[in-house]
Design a protein around this ligand. Structure first.
Ligand code: CTP
Ligand code: CA
Length: 234
């Protein structure tokens, strides 16, 4: 028996995705990190691959299997993530789902920091590069559709709207990551898709989705990408 052909609406499209936390070394045995599991980004990579896209996934340290058929670049720090993202360009669609550590220590200890009678080690922090903003603001290699996430614990929609403007991306997937939401590390996500529509004089629309599994969020996001690619013939 013949099977019906599998629709591959993103065939020929190159999709770049970041996922997971980053680890910022303090010394050879310690690092700064966050609670991201990488599940949402990995689910998006799998959904884009299933839709026929060629997918490059740049992931921080996670406890997940590489999705089948996806090129995975494993990194530790934000700076390594930025390098791999730049190396993966050009792309048709870029999705920044990683929970990038905002800060790293200014000077990484070459040896393990020791307790001394002089008191605590002063940890001076410096800001990491903003990968999403860097890629959104490229003039030559900017992917035609750039999607960021906004992880917020309060003022979700307002904060996400200002993030959209500040970062220069096209869409923001806003999600509540307060401890009571269970999103960080959990299997479900409640998101709002905030998009800037160039065709409507840059009007901002907010589309609130019901609570879904991270796989369902991924499938829905890919469906929106397919629609946008088809409408705009990106
Ligand atoms: N992001 C990034 N590089 C960074 C920080 C954030 O690429 N150094 C991306 C994230 O992957 C996400 C978006 O920017 O797509 C928003 O991340 P978020 O942490 O919510 O925003 P920040 O700009 O870091 O602001 P804050 O953490 O202060 O809310
Ligand atoms: Ca941040």
């Amino acid at each position: 028996l013949l099977r019906p052909p599998v629709p591959r609406p993103l065939a020929g499209k190159r999709v770049l995705i970041t996922a997971g936390p980053t680890h910022e070394p303090i010394d050879p045995v310690r690092y700064i990190a966050n609670r991201s599991s990488g599940k949402q980004g990995f689910a998006i990579a799998a959904a884009a691959q299933a839709a026929g896209a060629e997918v490059v996934l740049v992931s921080g340290p996670v406890d997940l299997d590489d999705p089948a058929g996806v090129t995975v670049k494993h990194v530790e720090s934000a700076r390594q993530m930025l390098d791999q993202v730049q190396a993966a360009l050009p792309a048709d669609i870029a999705i920044f789902a990683a929970a990038v550590a905002d800060w790293r220590v200014a000077v990484e200890g070459e040896q393990k920091l020791k307790k001394t009678s002089a008191g605590m080690p002063p940890l001076q922090l410096v800001e990491n590069p903003d990968i999403l903003a860097t890629i959104s603001k490229l003039t030559d290699k900017r992917p035609p559709l750039v999607i960021g996430f906004a992880a917020e614990t309060e003022h979700l929609i307002d904060n996400a709207k200002s993030k959209l403007a500040r970062k220069g991306c096209d869409w923001i997937v806003a999600n509540d990551v307060s401890p009571s939401s269970g999103v960080m590390g959990g299997d479900r996500n409640t998101v709002h898709l905030i998009s800037k529509n160039a065709a409507d004089n840059g009007e901002i629309t907010v589309d609130s989705w019901p609570v879904m599994t991270k796989e369902q969020v991924a499938t829905e996001l890919v469906a929106h990408i397919v629609k946008s690619v088809t409408d705009k013939s990106l």
